[in-house]
Design a protein around this ligand. Structure first.
Ligand code: NAD
Length: 252
């Protein structure tokens, strides 16, 4: 294995929800590894997008920001077309955009269900479909799933269903796109300190940490190395997998 085995020079990476939390970390890490990064997020996050792009460019990297709401399926393909035209293709997609609606299953509405599944699962599919149209041999799709794809906790049914579906979809696309030379994998973070989890109630936080062998939230910096690995040439034989980075949650 060469010393520069994990370098991504010459690659174009797209990160959905790429200006905040794990997505922000992924955008910065992929750029640091040498990829040109399309930092995308919903239009309301434009300031965050611009800040991340500026940070990458100031560090000597290449990046461009795009508005992309993954739940608006009709708008997905034109954004990937623009990215490919601007940056010279699409080699890596990180399907990171994610939302949750926590409530007892008995109280969930159809709107709650559609909102969560529409971003976390349907959105990820249509981004993968738009990205693969541009991918050549060596293409990489990395879906950000969760330790909750394979374990249950109360009050999170749509989120858990979306992440379980995302892992199943990862396997399906991995097998279908082997002939293209494109790998499709998922990363399953455990509880990680991000804006998504910042408003967790003290009771829920205590229960979560008691459940985790690590006894603390993971940092974004502990997740992104796995994303860069899966994006690299070294991971060419890894496909259809859900790599859990969960501090031992699923081992206990
Ligand atoms: P976050 O809320 O900080 O980031 C989520 C991002 O998704 C935000 O930038 C948000 O604007 C974006 N987003 C929401 N709806 C979107 C849409 N319709 N189109 C495009 N972007 C949209 O949360 P995070 O913790 O950084 O989560 C990132 C991913 O990691 C999510 O898929 C989440 O489910 C997953 N995850 C997080 C944890 C955790 O504990 N933080 C654990 C496991 C998995």
């Amino acid at each position: 294995m060469a010393a520069d085995a994990f370098r991504l020079e010459g690659k174009v990476a797209v990160v959905t929800g790429g200006s905040q939390g794990i997505g922000r970390g992924a955008s910065l890490a992929l750029a640091a590894a040498g990829a040109a990064v399309a930092v995308t997020n919903v239009p309301a996050k434009r300031e965050d997008i611009d800040e991340v792009v500026e940070q990458i460019v100031n560090a000597g990297g290449a990046a461009k920001g795009y508005d992309l709401d993954v739940s608006e399926s009709a708008g997905v393909r034109p954004v990937f077309d623009a990215i490919a035209a601007d940056l010279g293709g699409v080699d890596i997609l990180v399907n990171n955009a994610g939302v949750r609606r926590n409530a007892p299953a008995a109280d969930l509405t159809e709107a709650d269900w559609d909102f969560v599944l529409g971003v976390n699962l349907r959105g990820a599919f249509f981004c993968a479909q738009a990205a693969v149209a541009y991918m050549r041999e060596g293409g990489r799709i990395i879906n950000i799933a969760s330790q909750l794809a394979v374990t249950g906790v109360p009050g999170r049914t749509p989120y858990i269903a979306s992440k379980g579906g995302l892992v199943a979809m990862t396997r399906a696309l991995a097998v279908e796109w082997v002939p293209l030379g494109v790998t499709v994998n998922a990363v399953g973070p455990g509880p990680t300190a991000t804006p998504m989890t910042a408003n967790t109630t003290p009771e829920a936080e205590a229960a979560l940490l008691a459940r985790s062998p690590l006894g603390r939230r993971l940092e974004v910096s502990e997740i992104v190395g796995t994303i860069v690995f899966l994006a690299s040439a070294e991971a060419g034989a890894v496909t259809g997998q859900h790599l859990l980075v969960d501090g031992g949650w699923t081992a206990s």
